[in-house]
Design a protein. Structure first.
Ligand code: AMP
Length: 448
């Protein structure tokens, strides 16, 4: 199939050509005709499938006719990075159309946004919070909106944006075309779709499964070895452009600092940074100044960087959907990528859940932990074995489960004595890898 079949305006076709798109992706093939006909649409599409262009192109086509300098299309997205990404897409695809968009999100001054809105735009791409601010200030008028897009709705729900969305909906005309995109379909999104969509067409592409161009591997590693393992696989796999996910903002910041000090071109993208710093980190990563970006889930939402070769789940995602989103950052637009996930003992349940959502088992891989170029010891980080819970702990040389050990560590005052220091985000720079005690011969009675 070719883009010519959609009969887009020649200025839009020029934009498609300039972006280097030769044929529409499956979501574009299915969604564009329905949107062009004016139908409401429920799009269940995984990230990286080209869903942004699937709604941007028909919006541009519709806005080519009719009044200019009036806000006629509103796209609501959960994060600043995603809003910026969509805004860039509109700019690139609509370069020749003369249509203009503004990205509206918090963390930056309202003034610039208001100035742009007043200068006359046809499309607003907004995060819910700042959009409501502008609405409350009377700085933006949505009374002429003809098309509404709610992108990554499941994430907006997860982030607690539903009340804000409902308030925004009240400020929009009843007569409009609504497109709702979501990677997954939890009950709340089904309910929202029921409320906002009229007789919608449904388009579903690879629901909830990560893109097929990504290969998956697991590493069994305890928390204190994660940083050493990360550095080892970065070296061993010659990782090019790597996105590393941590669970917390502090974790992302600390890990990026650690990697920087160890000589890697790394930076972090997390919610504690100012918008300017976030933009610098993302632009630096996009332009190749940084090879490793350590990010949290929320901050990394909507990152579209071509050629991310590896995604590393330094911390296990909380849900299979979060895994899908993270992994979708690589293998985009038919490029191949690899997803490496670090799994401790406590993560085994989540591994099973992810495998179920993938529909196949993920391969466990071994890696020699190397400090710099010199192997620290012979420790192999290998696939877990059965009865791992009572096997000897590599760090303590202890064969008993933690609970039993804690019981025995009770002092007379009833306090639990700390057995060892734990560095949740890897070893501090001044700290050497701990010496791993020789395995003691296990007494017969403890074998089972
Ligand atoms: P998205 O799922 O919208 O985030 O898009 C993922 C990536 O695919 C982006 O870098 C788009 O520029 C790219 N893309 C979208 N549509 C096409 C297409 N028809 N051909 C090639 N690349 C595309």
């Amino acid at each position: 199939m070719s883009f010519t079949e959609f009969n887009f305006n020649s200025q839009i076709t020029a934009g498609i050509r300039a972006c280097g798109y030769t044929s529409p992706t499956p979501i574009q093939q299915q969604a564009i005709p329905q949107i062009l006909e004016g139908q409401d649409l429920m799009g269940l599409a995984q990230t990286g499938t080209g869903k942004t262009a699937a709604f941007v192109l028909p919006i541009l086509q519709r806005l080519m006719k009719g009044p200019r300098r009036t806000i006629r299309a509103l796209i609501v997205a959960p994060t600043r990075e995603l809003a910026e990404q969509i805004h860039e897409n509109i700019f690139n695809l609509g370069k020749k159309t003369g249509l203009r968009s503004v990205a509206v999100y918090g963390g930056v001054s309202k003034f610039g946004q208001i100035k742009k809105i007043r200068s006359g735009v046809e499309i607003v791409v907004a995060c819910p919070g700042r959009l409501l601010d502008h609405l409350d200030d009377g700085a933006i008028n949505l009374a002429k909106v003809e098309m509404l897009v709610l992108d990554e709705s499941d994430i907006m729900f997860d982030m607690g944006f539903m009340p804000a969305i409902r308030r925004i909906l009240k400020r929009l005309p009843q007569q409009r075309q609504t497109l709702l995109f979501s990677a997954t379909m939890p009950g709340a999104i089904r309910q929202l779709a029921h409320e906002v969509l009229k007789n919608p067409a449904t388009v579903q592409i690879g629901h909830s499964k990560p893109v097929a161009t990504v290969s998956h591997v697991l590493y069994s590693v305890e928390r204190q070895h994660k940083t050493a393992l990360l550095k080892s696989i970065i070296n061993q796999k010659n990782m090019e452009t790597t996105l590393v996910f941590t669970r917390t903002k502090h974790g992302a910041r600390n890990l990026a600092h650690h990697l920087q000090k160890a000589g890697y071109r790394a930076t972090s993208l997390q919610g504690n940074l100012s918008q300017q710093k976030r933009r610098q980190a993302l632009d630096g990563f996009k332009q190749g100044k940084f090879k490793i970006l350590v990010a949290t889930d929320i901050a990394a939402r909507g990152i579209d960087v071509s050629g991310i070769s590896h995604v590393v789940n330094y911390d296990m995602p909380n849900t299979a959907d979060a895994y899908t989103h993270r992994i979708g950052r690589t293998g985009r637009a038919s490029c191949t990528g690899e997803a490496c996930t670090f799994a401790g003992r406590e993560d085994r349940r989540m591994v099973k859940i992810i495998e179920r959502s993938l529909g196949s088992k993920i391969k466990w891989q071994s890696a020699t932990i190397v400090k710099g170029q010199v192997p620290v010891d012979d420790t192999m980080v290998a696939a877990p074995r059965r009865h791992d819970r009572v096997r000897k702990n590599n760090d303590t040389g202890n064969c008993r489960p933690q609970k039993q050990r804690n019981q025995q560590d009770q002092t007379t005052s009833g306090k639990v004595r700390r057995r060892r220091r734990v560095f949740p985000f890897g070893f501090p720079m001044e700290c050497e890898m701990p010496q791993i005690p020789q395995r003691r011969k296990r007494p017969q009675a403890n074998n089972r």
